[in-house]
Design a protein around this ligand. Structure first.
Ligand SMILES: NC(=O)c1ccc[n+]([C@@H]2O[C@H](COP(=O)([O-])OP(=O)(O)OC[C@H]3O[C@@H](n4cnc5c(N)ncnc54)[C@H](OP(=O)(O)O)[C@@H]3O)[C@@H](O)[C@H]2O)c1
Length: 302
Protein backbone atom coordinates (compact mmCIF):
# COMPACT_ATOMS: atom_id res chain seq x y z
CA UNK A 1 0.00 0.00 0.00
CA UNK A 2 1.29 3.45 -0.91
CA UNK A 3 2.15 5.85 1.87
CA UNK A 4 -0.21 8.81 2.15
CA UNK A 5 1.00 12.03 0.62
CA UNK A 6 0.49 14.76 3.19
CA UNK A 7 3.22 17.37 2.81
CA UNK A 8 2.99 18.98 -0.59
CA UNK A 9 5.50 21.36 -2.15
CA UNK A 10 3.77 23.60 -4.69
CA UNK A 11 5.97 25.33 -7.24
CA UNK A 12 4.53 28.19 -9.29
CA UNK A 13 1.74 29.05 -6.83
CA UNK A 14 1.39 32.58 -8.19
CA UNK A 15 0.56 31.45 -11.73
CA UNK A 16 -2.67 30.71 -13.61
CA UNK A 17 -2.84 27.11 -12.40
CA UNK A 18 -1.03 27.55 -9.09
CA UNK A 19 -3.31 30.24 -7.74
CA UNK A 20 -6.37 28.00 -8.25
CA UNK A 21 -4.60 24.90 -6.97
CA UNK A 22 -3.22 26.41 -3.76
CA UNK A 23 -6.62 27.08 -2.09
CA UNK A 24 -7.88 23.65 -3.24
CA UNK A 25 -4.90 21.92 -1.58
CA UNK A 26 -5.34 23.94 1.62
CA UNK A 27 -9.09 23.17 1.69
CA UNK A 28 -8.28 19.45 1.41
CA UNK A 29 -6.05 19.61 4.50
CA UNK A 30 -2.74 19.02 2.81
CA UNK A 31 0.20 20.75 4.44
CA UNK A 32 1.45 23.00 1.67
CA UNK A 33 4.84 24.63 1.26
CA UNK A 34 5.16 27.07 -1.61
CA UNK A 35 8.54 27.17 -3.37
CA UNK A 36 9.02 30.41 -5.20
CA UNK A 37 11.71 32.52 -6.75
CA UNK A 38 13.07 35.23 -4.53
CA UNK A 39 11.91 37.66 -7.23
CA UNK A 40 8.30 36.45 -7.02
CA UNK A 41 5.59 38.81 -5.86
CA UNK A 42 4.82 37.99 -2.20
CA UNK A 43 1.32 39.45 -2.33
CA UNK A 44 -0.09 36.52 -4.29
CA UNK A 45 0.42 33.93 -1.54
CA UNK A 46 -2.20 34.04 1.26
CA UNK A 47 -1.01 34.83 4.80
CA UNK A 48 -0.15 31.77 6.85
CA UNK A 49 1.06 29.63 3.94
CA UNK A 50 4.61 28.42 4.47
CA UNK A 51 6.73 29.89 1.71
CA UNK A 52 10.36 29.18 0.89
CA UNK A 53 12.43 31.29 -1.49
CA UNK A 54 14.58 29.06 -3.69
CA UNK A 55 17.22 29.39 -6.36
CA UNK A 56 15.94 27.33 -9.31
CA UNK A 57 19.46 27.06 -10.71
CA UNK A 58 20.71 25.25 -7.58
CA UNK A 59 19.84 21.61 -6.83
CA UNK A 60 21.18 22.13 -3.28
CA UNK A 61 18.82 25.04 -2.67
CA UNK A 62 15.89 23.04 -4.03
CA UNK A 63 16.85 19.88 -2.09
CA UNK A 64 16.96 21.80 1.19
CA UNK A 65 13.54 23.28 0.45
CA UNK A 66 12.08 19.83 -0.30
CA UNK A 67 13.24 18.18 2.96
CA UNK A 68 10.28 16.39 4.54
CA UNK A 69 8.00 16.82 1.51
CA UNK A 70 5.97 13.86 0.24
CA UNK A 71 5.10 15.28 -3.16
CA UNK A 72 6.08 18.07 -5.53
CA UNK A 73 3.39 19.66 -7.67
CA UNK A 74 5.00 21.82 -10.33
CA UNK A 75 2.84 24.42 -12.03
CA UNK A 76 5.73 26.46 -13.40
CA UNK A 77 5.20 28.49 -16.55
CA UNK A 78 6.84 28.07 -19.94
CA UNK A 79 10.16 29.72 -19.00
CA UNK A 80 10.87 27.06 -16.39
CA UNK A 81 9.55 23.86 -17.98
CA UNK A 82 12.90 22.40 -19.06
CA UNK A 83 16.16 22.85 -17.15
CA UNK A 84 14.50 24.24 -13.99
CA UNK A 85 12.08 21.31 -13.72
CA UNK A 86 14.89 18.78 -14.26
CA UNK A 87 16.78 20.34 -11.35
CA UNK A 88 13.57 20.11 -9.34
CA UNK A 89 13.35 16.39 -10.17
CA UNK A 90 16.98 15.88 -9.11
CA UNK A 91 16.24 17.69 -5.86
CA UNK A 92 13.10 15.62 -5.28
CA UNK A 93 15.15 12.43 -5.64
CA UNK A 94 17.85 13.76 -3.31
CA UNK A 95 15.28 14.81 -0.69
CA UNK A 96 13.42 11.48 -0.79
CA UNK A 97 10.18 12.92 -2.18
CA UNK A 98 7.69 10.18 -3.11
CA UNK A 99 5.64 11.68 -5.97
CA UNK A 100 6.31 14.32 -8.63
CA UNK A 101 3.62 15.96 -10.74
CA UNK A 102 5.40 17.94 -13.47
CA UNK A 103 3.89 21.02 -15.05
CA UNK A 104 1.77 19.34 -17.74
CA UNK A 105 -1.90 20.39 -17.52
CA UNK A 106 -2.52 20.32 -21.23
CA UNK A 107 -2.47 18.04 -24.26
CA UNK A 108 -2.11 14.28 -24.19
CA UNK A 109 1.62 13.90 -24.77
CA UNK A 110 1.27 10.12 -24.98
CA UNK A 111 0.06 10.85 -28.51
CA UNK A 112 3.21 10.46 -30.66
CA UNK A 113 2.31 13.33 -33.01
CA UNK A 114 1.57 15.75 -30.15
CA UNK A 115 4.79 14.71 -28.40
CA UNK A 116 6.80 15.72 -31.51
CA UNK A 117 5.45 19.28 -31.62
CA UNK A 118 8.33 21.66 -30.83
CA UNK A 119 6.33 23.56 -28.22
CA UNK A 120 6.10 20.47 -26.04
CA UNK A 121 9.79 19.48 -26.20
CA UNK A 122 10.64 20.59 -22.62
CA UNK A 123 7.58 18.81 -21.18
CA UNK A 124 8.42 15.61 -23.07
CA UNK A 125 12.05 15.81 -21.93
CA UNK A 126 11.01 16.12 -18.28
CA UNK A 127 8.45 13.32 -18.64
CA UNK A 128 11.15 10.96 -20.01
CA UNK A 129 13.50 12.09 -17.21
CA UNK A 130 10.87 11.27 -14.58
CA UNK A 131 10.24 7.85 -16.14
CA UNK A 132 13.97 7.12 -15.88
CA UNK A 133 14.07 8.26 -12.25
CA UNK A 134 11.03 6.14 -11.43
CA UNK A 135 12.95 3.09 -12.75
CA UNK A 136 16.09 3.86 -10.80
CA UNK A 137 14.88 5.51 -7.56
CA UNK A 138 11.83 5.43 -5.24
CA UNK A 139 10.47 8.62 -6.84
CA UNK A 140 7.13 8.13 -8.62
CA UNK A 141 5.27 10.45 -11.00
CA UNK A 142 1.84 11.33 -12.33
CA UNK A 143 1.23 13.28 -15.55
CA UNK A 144 -2.00 15.27 -15.43
CA UNK A 145 -3.55 15.77 -18.89
CA UNK A 146 -6.44 18.19 -18.94
CA UNK A 147 -6.85 19.45 -22.48
CA UNK A 148 -7.06 23.23 -22.89
CA UNK A 149 -8.65 25.03 -19.97
CA UNK A 150 -12.30 25.78 -20.72
CA UNK A 151 -12.96 28.93 -18.66
CA UNK A 152 -9.42 30.32 -19.03
CA UNK A 153 -9.38 29.44 -22.73
CA UNK A 154 -12.61 31.34 -23.36
CA UNK A 155 -11.48 34.29 -21.29
CA UNK A 156 -8.23 34.63 -23.24
CA UNK A 157 -9.79 33.87 -26.66
CA UNK A 158 -7.62 30.77 -26.84
CA UNK A 159 -10.11 27.99 -27.54
CA UNK A 160 -12.60 30.36 -29.17
CA UNK A 161 -11.99 33.94 -30.26
CA UNK A 162 -15.05 35.96 -29.25
CA UNK A 163 -13.36 39.35 -29.68
CA UNK A 164 -15.15 41.35 -32.36
CA UNK A 165 -17.43 38.32 -32.88
CA UNK A 166 -14.82 37.12 -35.40
CA UNK A 167 -13.92 33.58 -34.28
CA UNK A 168 -11.12 31.78 -36.09
CA UNK A 169 -12.17 28.23 -36.91
CA UNK A 170 -9.07 26.12 -37.37
CA UNK A 171 -9.51 23.78 -40.36
CA UNK A 172 -13.24 24.48 -40.06
CA UNK A 173 -13.43 23.98 -36.29
CA UNK A 174 -15.02 20.53 -36.34
CA UNK A 175 -12.41 18.62 -34.33
CA UNK A 176 -13.74 17.71 -30.89
CA UNK A 177 -11.32 18.29 -28.00
CA UNK A 178 -11.36 17.50 -24.30
CA UNK A 179 -11.37 20.61 -22.15
CA UNK A 180 -11.33 21.16 -18.39
CA UNK A 181 -12.19 24.05 -16.12
CA UNK A 182 -9.44 25.29 -13.81
CA UNK A 183 -11.53 24.13 -10.83
CA UNK A 184 -11.66 20.63 -12.29
CA UNK A 185 -7.87 20.71 -12.78
CA UNK A 186 -7.39 21.62 -9.11
CA UNK A 187 -9.87 18.94 -8.03
CA UNK A 188 -8.03 16.36 -10.13
CA UNK A 189 -4.65 17.20 -8.60
CA UNK A 190 -6.16 16.85 -5.12
CA UNK A 191 -7.58 13.46 -6.15
CA UNK A 192 -4.23 12.29 -7.59
CA UNK A 193 -2.49 13.15 -4.32
CA UNK A 194 -5.27 11.45 -2.34
CA UNK A 195 -5.02 8.24 -4.41
CA UNK A 196 -1.28 7.70 -4.74
CA UNK A 197 -1.44 4.00 -5.57
CA UNK A 198 -4.06 4.29 -8.33
CA UNK A 199 -2.23 7.20 -9.95
CA UNK A 200 1.35 5.96 -9.59
CA UNK A 201 3.71 6.17 -12.59
CA UNK A 202 1.04 6.91 -15.15
CA UNK A 203 -0.86 9.68 -16.85
CA UNK A 204 -4.36 10.66 -15.79
CA UNK A 205 -6.74 12.19 -18.34
CA UNK A 206 -10.07 13.80 -17.67
CA UNK A 207 -12.39 16.44 -19.09
CA UNK A 208 -15.13 18.83 -18.04
CA UNK A 209 -16.47 18.57 -21.58
CA UNK A 210 -15.65 17.44 -25.11
CA UNK A 211 -16.52 20.15 -27.58
CA UNK A 212 -15.47 21.64 -30.92
CA UNK A 213 -14.98 25.23 -32.01
CA UNK A 214 -17.98 24.87 -34.33
CA UNK A 215 -20.13 23.81 -31.35
CA UNK A 216 -18.79 26.75 -29.34
CA UNK A 217 -19.82 29.06 -32.18
CA UNK A 218 -23.37 27.68 -32.09
CA UNK A 219 -23.51 28.27 -28.32
CA UNK A 220 -22.08 31.77 -28.74
CA UNK A 221 -24.78 32.58 -31.31
CA UNK A 222 -27.42 31.30 -28.89
CA UNK A 223 -26.20 33.16 -25.79
CA UNK A 224 -25.16 36.34 -27.63
CA UNK A 225 -27.56 36.60 -30.60
CA UNK A 226 -27.18 40.38 -30.73
CA UNK A 227 -23.62 40.05 -32.04
CA UNK A 228 -22.91 39.77 -35.73
CA UNK A 229 -20.92 36.51 -35.64
CA UNK A 230 -18.64 36.18 -38.65
CA UNK A 231 -16.32 33.19 -38.35
CA UNK A 232 -13.20 32.89 -40.47
CA UNK A 233 -11.72 29.54 -41.41
CA UNK A 234 -7.97 29.34 -40.93
CA UNK A 235 -5.76 26.51 -42.15
CA UNK A 236 -3.59 24.91 -39.48
CA UNK A 237 -1.03 24.04 -42.18
CA UNK A 238 -0.58 27.74 -42.95
CA UNK A 239 -0.14 28.58 -39.27
CA UNK A 240 2.35 25.83 -38.53
CA UNK A 241 4.29 26.53 -41.74
CA UNK A 242 4.81 30.12 -40.58
CA UNK A 243 5.71 28.79 -37.11
CA UNK A 244 8.28 26.38 -38.63
CA UNK A 245 9.86 29.34 -40.47
CA UNK A 246 10.04 31.38 -37.27
CA UNK A 247 11.55 28.40 -35.44
CA UNK A 248 14.21 28.01 -38.16
CA UNK A 249 15.14 31.66 -37.57
CA UNK A 250 15.63 30.95 -33.87
CA UNK A 251 12.54 32.86 -32.76
CA UNK A 252 11.38 31.06 -29.62
CA UNK A 253 8.35 33.04 -28.52
CA UNK A 254 4.59 32.80 -28.14
CA UNK A 255 3.97 33.71 -31.78
CA UNK A 256 6.12 30.76 -32.85
CA UNK A 257 4.74 28.25 -30.36
CA UNK A 258 0.99 29.04 -30.25
CA UNK A 259 0.22 27.48 -33.68
CA UNK A 260 1.59 24.12 -32.53
CA UNK A 261 -0.74 24.17 -29.52
CA UNK A 262 -3.64 25.09 -31.81
CA UNK A 263 -2.69 22.10 -33.97
CA UNK A 264 -2.71 19.78 -30.94
CA UNK A 265 -6.18 21.02 -29.92
CA UNK A 266 -7.85 21.22 -33.32
CA UNK A 267 -6.41 18.34 -35.35
CA UNK A 268 -7.96 15.03 -34.37
CA UNK A 269 -4.82 13.07 -35.35
CA UNK A 270 -3.10 14.68 -32.36
CA UNK A 271 -5.51 13.10 -29.86
CA UNK A 272 -7.33 16.19 -28.57
CA UNK A 273 -10.37 14.15 -27.53
CA UNK A 274 -9.35 11.79 -24.76
CA UNK A 275 -10.74 8.34 -25.45
CA UNK A 276 -10.08 6.85 -22.01
CA UNK A 277 -11.09 9.09 -19.16
CA UNK A 278 -10.15 9.02 -15.48
CA UNK A 279 -13.09 11.22 -14.49
CA UNK A 280 -14.57 8.49 -12.31
CA UNK A 281 -11.30 7.72 -10.52
CA UNK A 282 -10.71 11.42 -9.88
CA UNK A 283 -14.31 12.32 -9.07
CA UNK A 284 -14.56 14.88 -11.89
CA UNK A 285 -18.09 15.56 -13.10
CA UNK A 286 -18.63 16.64 -16.69
CA UNK A 287 -20.50 19.87 -17.35
CA UNK A 288 -24.11 19.74 -18.48
CA UNK A 289 -25.10 21.59 -21.65
CA UNK A 290 -26.67 24.30 -19.50
CA UNK A 291 -23.48 24.68 -17.45
CA UNK A 292 -21.41 24.94 -20.63
CA UNK A 293 -23.73 27.64 -21.97
CA UNK A 294 -23.60 29.53 -18.66
CA UNK A 295 -19.78 29.58 -18.72
CA UNK A 296 -19.68 30.69 -22.37
CA UNK A 297 -22.23 33.44 -21.63
CA UNK A 298 -20.30 34.65 -18.61
CA UNK A 299 -17.00 34.73 -20.49
CA UNK A 300 -18.52 36.51 -23.50
CA UNK A 301 -19.81 39.21 -21.17
CA UNK A 302 -16.47 39.78 -19.42
N1 LIG B 1 -4.33 23.70 -20.79
C1 LIG B 1 -4.28 25.02 -20.88
O1 LIG B 1 -5.16 25.68 -21.49
C2 LIG B 1 -3.18 25.75 -20.21
C3 LIG B 1 -3.22 27.13 -20.09
C4 LIG B 1 -2.19 27.78 -19.41
C5 LIG B 1 -1.14 27.03 -18.89
N2 LIG B 1 -1.13 25.68 -19.05
C6 LIG B 1 -0.04 24.87 -18.51
O2 LIG B 1 -0.11 24.94 -17.10
C7 LIG B 1 1.20 25.00 -16.56
C8 LIG B 1 1.33 26.27 -15.71
O3 LIG B 1 1.11 27.38 -16.54
P1 LIG B 1 0.71 28.81 -15.95
O4 LIG B 1 0.07 29.57 -17.05
O5 LIG B 1 -0.01 28.61 -14.66
O6 LIG B 1 2.14 29.40 -15.68
P2 LIG B 1 2.52 30.93 -15.42
O7 LIG B 1 1.35 31.60 -14.78
O8 LIG B 1 3.09 31.51 -16.64
O9 LIG B 1 3.73 30.76 -14.40
C9 LIG B 1 3.56 29.98 -13.22
C10 LIG B 1 4.67 30.26 -12.27
O10 LIG B 1 5.89 29.75 -12.74
C11 LIG B 1 6.92 30.38 -11.99
N3 LIG B 1 8.00 30.77 -12.92
C12 LIG B 1 7.92 31.57 -13.99
N4 LIG B 1 9.13 31.68 -14.58
C13 LIG B 1 9.98 30.95 -13.86
C14 LIG B 1 11.35 30.65 -13.95
N5 LIG B 1 12.11 31.15 -14.94
N6 LIG B 1 11.89 29.84 -13.02
C15 LIG B 1 11.13 29.32 -12.04
N7 LIG B 1 9.82 29.57 -11.91
C16 LIG B 1 9.25 30.36 -12.81
C17 LIG B 1 6.32 31.61 -11.34
O11 LIG B 1 6.14 31.35 -9.96
P3 LIG B 1 6.89 32.18 -8.83
O12 LIG B 1 6.81 33.61 -9.24
O13 LIG B 1 6.10 31.85 -7.62
O14 LIG B 1 8.29 31.70 -8.76
C18 LIG B 1 4.98 31.71 -12.02
O15 LIG B 1 3.96 32.30 -11.24
C19 LIG B 1 2.17 24.97 -17.74
O16 LIG B 1 2.59 23.66 -17.93
C20 LIG B 1 1.32 25.41 -18.91
O17 LIG B 1 1.75 24.85 -20.13
C21 LIG B 1 -2.13 25.03 -19.67
Amino acid sequence: MATALKNIALVGASGNVGKVLLPALLASNFTVTVLRRASSSPSTIPDGVRTVDVDFTSVDSLTAALAGQDAVVSTVGSAALGAEQKKLVDAAVAAGVKRFLPSEFGCDLANPLAAKLPVFAPKVEVARYLEEKAQATPLTYTFVYTGPFFDWGLQYDFIFRSAGARPLLYDGGNAVFSTSTLDAVAQAVVAVLSKPEETKNRAVKFQSAAISQAQLLEIAKEVAPERDWQPEVVKLDDLTKAADERLAKGLFDGETFAPYILRAINDERYGPKFEELDNELLGIKQLTEEEIKAIVKEKLNN
